[in-house]
Design a protein around this ligand. Structure first.
Ligand SMILES: CNc1nc2cc(C(=O)NN)ccc2[nH]1
Ligand SMILES: [Zn+2]
Length: 370
């Protein structure tokens, strides 16, 4: 995997990640395809909107249908019919947020499946073995995603385990890699000095890219913003920086300003299914009665399939009927909005006008025009 910085505008970077399955232009947004599908979308629609990489969750695919099954069927790209780059999360976060009866030992993490309660034990090596079997292009080490709030002593202890697990994941990866990439994950809660130590430890092991994990887990925005501002610039400048689970476009602007290159978040897809749509005039909730007879397109400045062919009145009607088409049309629009936003942001960095872009969008994004 090659990372080439094309332009810098302050700490913001406009770059390329070259993988064997295609190029990713950064800053990049990765739609979340948890069970191997970006909910309600076909892979062709995702590609047509303009996405170059999607995220899939190791935890879910390991539990169902199973990584050996996916391998037997020809690997994840064939299985889900997406032939571009795929990044798989290691499961650290899902085990923390979804599974039950979690037990963390120095060897690995024991948990019960949220699907059928079956007992599982994942080690740093096993997490990589699963991702290799799936055949993902960018893998994540197994870490402990520290919950919020967490005492400083707990975080300090957890960091030692996460650094040891990062080394074990990397060693296993080095023995079995074939033209894939592996990213390290920086934890450390909201404690800047612990985060700084984590960067030093994880960089010592050496990875193809570095992720900021353990954020957007319920901590106050100002803590998340401070950690991003102080820690992102300390992460290796010549490697991709990935902020996991973020996010809201205001947060994306702040993170890109401080040198983050990659993002994943369920906001555009999950909000679409709940009728919250992002438009150039701000966020709207399509179920509101004011749209009952509104014959105008969802967003006059958007040329996505949904905005070109349907009215707010029809989108509201589909939502009220809980029609499947509601999920599809809303998701198409929100993903298109995010994709265009990232495209314009990359161009703004390339033109040296990131600060103008950020100012221009800040007040749009905080506006709920209904
Ligand atoms: C939605 N918030 C959010 N925080 C995340 C943190 C991690 C992480 O630390 N993984 N090791 C992953 C996904 C996340 N999504
Ligand atoms: Zn649209």
């Amino acid at each position: 995997m090659r990372f080439k910085i094309l332009r810098k505008d302050g700490f913001a970077r406009n770059a390329l990640i070259e993988t064997k399955r295609g190029v990713i232009h950064t800053p990049a947004f990765m739609p979340v395809g948890t069970n191997g599908t970006v909910k309600a979308m076909t892979p062709e629609e995702i590609r047509e909107i303009g996405y170059e990489i999607i995220l899939s969750n190791t935890y879910h695919l390991y539990l169902r249908p199973g990584h050996e099954t996916v391998k037997k069927l020809g690997g994840i790209h064939k299985f889900i019919n997406w032939h571009g780059p795929i990044l798989t999360d290691s499961g650290g976060f899902q085990i923390y947020s979804l599974a039950s009866l979690r037990k963390i030992t120095s060897q690995g993490v024991e948990f019960r499946s949220h699907i059928d309660g079956s007992l599982h034990f994942i080690t740093p090596e096993k997490a990589i073995e699963i991702q290799l079997a799936l055949g993902s292009d960018i893998m994540m080490v197994l870490d402990e995603c520290v919950p919020y709030p967490a005492e400083k002593e707990y975080v300090e202890k957890s960091l030692k385990l996460t650094a040891d697990w990062a080394k074990r994941s990397k060693d296993y990866f080095e023995k079995h890699r074939n033209d894939q990439a592996v990213f390290g994950i920086i934890q450390g809660g909201i404690y800047d000095e612990l985060r700084q130590k984590a960067v030093e430890e994880i960089v010592k092991t050496g990875f193809d890219g570095y992720a900021l994990g353990g954020l957007s887990v319920g901590e106050p925005k100002e803590d998340m913003y401070r950690v991003i501002k102080n820690i992102a610039p300390l992460m290796p400048e010549e490697k991709p920086r990935y902020l996991m689970g973020v996010g809201d476009l205001m947060d994306v602007l702040h993170a890109v300003e401080h040198g983050i290159d990659m993002f994943d978040c369920v906001i555009p897809t999950r909000n679409a299914r709940n009728g919250t749509l992002f438009t150039s005039q701000g966020r709207i909730s399509i179920k509101r009665s004011e749209f009952k007879e509104d014959n105008s397109p969802l967003d006059p400045d958007c040329d996505c399939y949904t905005c070109r062919n349907y009215t707010k009145a029809f989108l509201r009607h589909l939502y009220m009927c809980r029609e499947i088409l509601s999920m599809r049309l809303n998701t198409i629009h929100n993903l298109y909005f995010y994709c265009r936003f990232f495209e314009k942001m990359r161009q703004a960095i390339a033109d040296g006008r990131f600060q103008d872009f950020k100012k221009e969008w800040m007040h749009v994004l905080e506006k709920n025009f209904s």
